[in-house]
Write a protein that binds this ligand. Sequence first.
Ligand code: MSP
Length: 562
Amino acid sequence: MGTNRCKDDRNYYITTPIFYVNAAPHLGHLYSAVIADCLYTYKRLQGFNAKFSTGTDEHGLKIQQAADAAGKDPLSFCTSVSERFELLFRSCNIAYTDYIRTTEQRHQHAVEHFWMVLKNKGLIYKGSYEGWYSMQDESFLTSSQVGNALDSTGKEVKVSLESGHKVEWVKEENYMFRLADFRSQLLDWLRGNPQALQPERFYKQVIHFLQEDLPDLSVSRQRSRLQWGIPVPDDPEQTIYVWLDALVNYLTVAGYPDKHDQWWNAVHHVVGKDILKFHAVYWPSFLLGAGLPLPQTIHVHSHWTVGGKKMSKSLGNVVDPLEQSNRFTIDGIRYFLLRQGVPDSDCDYNNDKVVKLLNAELADSLGGLLNRCTASSLNPAQVYPYFCRELFPSEQIGGFRGRAVAEDYHLLEAVKGLPSVAKQHYESMNVYKALEAIGGCVRQTNGFVQRHKPWKLDRGDSEDQRWLDTIIHVSFECLRMYGTILQPVVPEISDKLLSRLGVLPGERSWAALLFLPSYQGQHCPFVGRPLGPDTGVLFSRLESPNADKGKTKKTKNVIKLT
Ligand code: MSP
């Protein structure tokens, strides 16, 4: 009994939004997926039994029109774009366990069931909707959410104030969901669970939104207008609203309507700020209506802009993530997105910034550190060397303080505290803060090596040799910590680093983050172990004609080993 209960508490189900197939994947899409992937891997390192779903959102007017424009039947059009998303995610090491397409039979079954549950509870009624609709956002809007703008021909049009997309006036008979009934329950849920919606800025936005009028929601369109979607059960004249259809994907993957509790009690969503209302207002209302548990967390992220502008085909500033990952490597692009991406504000993408950041942090700082410490000139035996407590004592031994200085103790303190700092930041999706902290420790470790100049020690002298080993041992232990903690962000680099240190796959979990046991007189399993093979530099410096123009090649952190 106890074991089962304990096992349930260790389930974790993370989702990305499902992606529209009306256009090719861009960098912003990859960002949503990389965040979810990072959380997934982090939880697995923590020993959780985890599930990670992503996929494509294939119904709706927008897709119907895109297929028409491409001269394809909707399903083969959807299949071809869905495969592009799959290819992108696989190429970028997005380790999803489930890929869902809303055109699948299992999903149609889940949506029909979900609809009938709401219908049978009296939460869906036939009514007539009259109001604004944005096809691009597949969203209904109130008058206060609509404003005037000029289109490309200079004509005045109505647009959504939030997205800027054109809206049209819609008047038709369809099914309505009693959204208004859920306002106070939603407020109670959020007020009682402030951590359910992060970061705080978006939490406040939703609370504010819920304090305004919340009209019932149209949840179907007339079949004559929209054929590409799931028909309303018992009423073939109506098609289910694409957002209701799409949101249920999270349940489909969990096994709904049959056996879904195991995962549904542990679901966490990653969503971009543009789809906040759908996930933090509509979705919880549907779930409350259907008598299902609410998500544990909705992690909201902001957007990537280019030249300060939203990426868009018409502006020609769309960044192709596959192209970027070919240029900067997969881990390079993942690192950049998570290092620069700040959940509560938009970030601007530019190639020079990528080159500078990756060269400084991955190639020079982290790569340089590994390179120095594993060099055969310092470590001819190519083993994980011994740590000498006498030379680096944890407490004063007979008045002799060894050779370590105050900064070295600061380094140890910082690295020892790193797992809990990283844990806090990974869990709140502030990955950039975890990376900042790791970066700070890597700099301190380089400082440690630099300070003690192991290459100047005399290997013929036994104390010098022991001190040299100790310096390398401490540096390896630091690197082992960085490699382990970085796995959710840069899986290939971490693997390369840990393999070089001889750390086995079973020794890379969060529980293995016991730093420098030798310092406390405990057994260190790595001592004396042969290093893994040298498979080349950890991260090759990137060339950027613009960024490096007129400068000599940076050699600051490249230490000459004599
Ligand atoms: N199909 C809906 C989601 C349904 S989920 C039940 C959708 N699809 S989308 O393809 O338009 O967007 C998917 C994700 O990509 C969203 O999280 C969105 O915020 C994210 N991004 C789209 N453009 C983005 C940027 N420029 N920057 C960062 N992420 C952005 O919405």
